[in-house]
Write a protein that binds this ligand. Structure first.
Ligand code: NAG
Ligand code: NAG
Ligand code: NAG
Ligand code: NAG
Ligand code: NAG
Ligand code: NAG
Length: 410
């Protein structure tokens, strides 16, 4: 037992060190970005879901050829698609194929070809396990839904109220931006939650790093929520029932129309289960089937299906941490977007607009911290739009076809 303990400490490191046997179900995942990152690099991303277009494999092949020719303007997606279509006949891989004593399985995830398929575990989960006993008997339940909150300890009572609206069918993940992870143990549910602590980061920063689609693969729906939401009139199980009933791949609860509502779309409607379309101020919607009149939700309380999240995750930029502009682009991930993106009116929330993360900024040139954050949000929005437009432009150029008219609202 002594030796085992020593070994475990050495192996798991401080983060998962167990002090008392009855605390073993609690694991605080501290951030080892390097390790996680290394893992992702090693992982395979077969067939990038470029854009929701009707692309046959022939076209993709043409595309990779064309991408090779284009001078300097090749994008990541071009690289990815061409590398997946590489003629490998002269590579070292082929020498392995010829040596029948060595394993080489091209259909394995990229980088794992040397493994027998039976041992390859390409997906994971957030299910907490014991350190003893039969592994097959570790899990009493396997929640089908995931909810994450990006939290500071000061908002604990609000989060406590919110968590109680999510049944035992949910895995709970807290992203701590203030580093105060262990203090949450005053709440009974904290012991079954996953705590990720990295100081002063945003919801989308965490989501990009810890919610990789292969990690959250067991979950039918993924809630990626802010901490300042009033949930008095919300029940997560009921919400999911309505989402399933109306075929929503990307959704959010309706927002109680109080002060400061930015978009008509997310405003809660009385006597409705869900709505998928709205009217905006004159001139705001060039097409009623596009944002912000349709195919649109905001980023404060989004809910994604597994499939939609796989696409959205790929669209999140590593450096654009505030996620501004994502809301307008979500429609690129589902089709038809105006039918599969919607707002659930019957389960609704209140946006309390507590300035929290904004206060995590830095005073700069005499400006308040929140001003610097706000400015960066706006700047990121423009950068995201530009990147998306450029990426689409080079795609269509490489395909040799005229791009459709894009309608981004400012
Ligand atoms: C995709 O293209 C194929 C053939 O090019 C066509 O038969 C099919 O209807 C298209 N699908 C859509 C959704 O446009
Ligand atoms: C791709 O580009 C390389 C040089 O950059 C060239 O040698 C090669 O022939 C090109 N391949 C195709 C398929 O265009
Ligand atoms: C791959 O390239 C080799 C020559 O390098 C050629 O003989 C072979 O036919 C090519 N295979 C494919 C599938 O293009
Ligand atoms: C295959 O690779 C070898 C050494 O890297 C090279 O000498 C040879 O020309 C290549 N053959 C083809 C067909 O590309
Ligand atoms: C496989 O090995 C055999 C004999 O060892 C050789 O004749 C053949 O050319 C090899 N094939 C390839 C694709 O390297
Ligand atoms: C949890 O999921 C199970 C199976 O889908 C369902 O029967 C049960 O009612 C759910 N729990 C709650 C609290 O809704």
């Amino acid at each position: 037992m002594e030796a085992e303990t020593v070994h475990r400490k050495g192996f798991l490191g401080r983060s998962a060190m167990v002090n008392k046997p009855n605390e073993t179900m609690r694991i605080i995942v501290t951030v080892f970005v390097g390790i996680i990152f290394g893992f992702f690099i090693g992982k395979s991303f077969p067939a990038l879901p470029l854009l929701k277009l009707n692309i046959t494999s022939t076209l993709i092949h043409d595309f990779s050829v064309a991408g090779n020719k284009s001078t300097g303007g090749s994008t990541q997606s071009i690289d990815a698609s061409s590398s997946s279509n590489n003629n490998r006949s002269n590579s070292t891989e082929n020498q392995n194929v010829n040596d029948s004593s060595k394993i080489w399985v091209p259909s394995n995830p990229k980088g794992a070809e040397r493994l027998p398929p039976g041992i390859v575990a390409s997906e994971s989960d957030f299910y907490l396990r014991r350190l003893w006993g039969e592994p097959s008997e570790d899990l009493i339940s396997k929640p089908k839904y995931l909810v994450t909150f990006t939290v500071g300890y000061d908002q604990r009572n609000n989060i406590d109220a919110a968590v109680k609206k999510f049944s035992e069918n949910f895995t709970i993940v807290l992203f701590h931006y203030d580093g105060r992870a262990s203090e949450w143990d005053e709440f009974e549910w904290s012991y079954r939650a996953i705590h990720v602590s990295a100081k002063k980061q945003t919801k989308w920063w965490y989501a990009k790093r810890f919610l990789h689609p292969d990690i959250v693969a067991p979950y039918d729906f993924i809630f990626i929520w802010d901490e300042d939401l009033g949930v008095e009139h919300f029940d997560a199980e009921e919400f999911i029932k309505l989402v399933r009933k109306h075929g929503l791949e990307i959704s959010q609860p309706g927002l109680e129309p109080s002060r400061g509502l930015t978009w008509q779309m997310t405003k809660r409607r009385d006597h409705h289960e869900v709505h998928k379309q709205t009217e905006e101020k004159p001139g705001w919607c060039s097409d009623p089937r596009l944002p912000p009149c349709s195919a649109f939700i905001e980023i404060m309380a989004p809910v994604f299906s597994r499939e939609a999240w796989r696409c959205v995750w790929h669209m999140i930029q590593n450096d654009l941490v505030h996620g501004w502009g994502l809301d307008f682009a979500l429609q690129k991930c589902v089709e038809p977007a105006h039918e599969k993106i919607g707002v659930v009116d019957a389960q609704w929330i209140v946006h309390q607009s507590v300035p929290s993360l904004g206060n995590q900024g830095q005073a700069d040139h005499g400006k308040a911290p929140w001003q610097g954050v706000r400015e960066r949000c706006r700047r990121e929005w423009k950068m995201f739009q530009t990147r998306m437009a450029d990426a689409e432009k080079s795609y269509y150029k490489a395909m040799g076809i005229d791009p459709p008219k894009f309608t981004f609202h400012h």
